[in-house]
Design a protein around this ligand. Sequence first.
Ligand code: HPA
Length: 281
Amino acid sequence: MLPKDKLKEVVDYHIQQIRRTTDFVPDLALVLGSGLGGLADEIKTEAVVNYSDLHRFPVSTVPGHKGRFVFGYIGDVRVVIMQGRLHYYEGYSMQDVVMPIRVMAGLGAKILFITNAAGGINTGFEPGDLMMITDQITSFVPSPLIGENVDEWGTRFPSMNVIYDKRLRRLIEETAMDNRIFLKHGIYLQTTGPQYETPAEIRMFRRLGADAVGMSSAVEAVIARHMSMWVCGVSCITNMAGGLGGSAMTHEEVQNNAVKAANEFKKLVTESIIRFGNVIL
Ligand code: HPA
């Protein structure tokens, strides 16, 4: 666990390294989940920084995750995209897992838009559905805020009463409606992974109130709220969780179903961001 001075130094060091490549100041940070990374290849790109080009930056090891920051424009909105995120199950410390979120906030981003592939727990969901995240639960995932607090970033005991910003949620809903995209709503539950859940675990999570399950995102949202960013998120339901779909889960299935839902997903995310630009930024 890094002490606060060291943690701040590491984040500042990554920001400085990125600043050697680009002085682009993003308004919004977008994290793209498994199979959803293609959106980053379609934006008006200003600069690209590979995680592997940053000295001492953790590098993603998951197939389907590229591992780079893409800077550019969605409409007129200045964005930084994480094309590939870091997961706790890869073996990184939790401080490392959320480091990129701190870095993107430090680069100027005021909004964090989270996306992910997730398993459906709510029996009203089907693979291919898009779900707006309204709240979250973590299961055996340590808080990313454990360790000394950096007061400059946020308070020791941040409130999580509203993680997913209501105004952003409303704008995403309006965007979905205008584009005839049927959007589900629900609570995202984060496990550590990497194993998929058992049927018994999924029954437990359903009783706890979760609608979808994944292995990322909730800790990113906590960090962003700690830094007073506005947070929103959309899950792509790639499968029914824990064998509810009748077959064993594979990462390939998750990726393939994410790719199938990609067009609607891309439309919803890009049009929502353009709307944020018109209304908020
Ligand atoms: N469980 C956990 N994470 C996931 C799943 C799942 O069923 N699908 C996509 N990510």
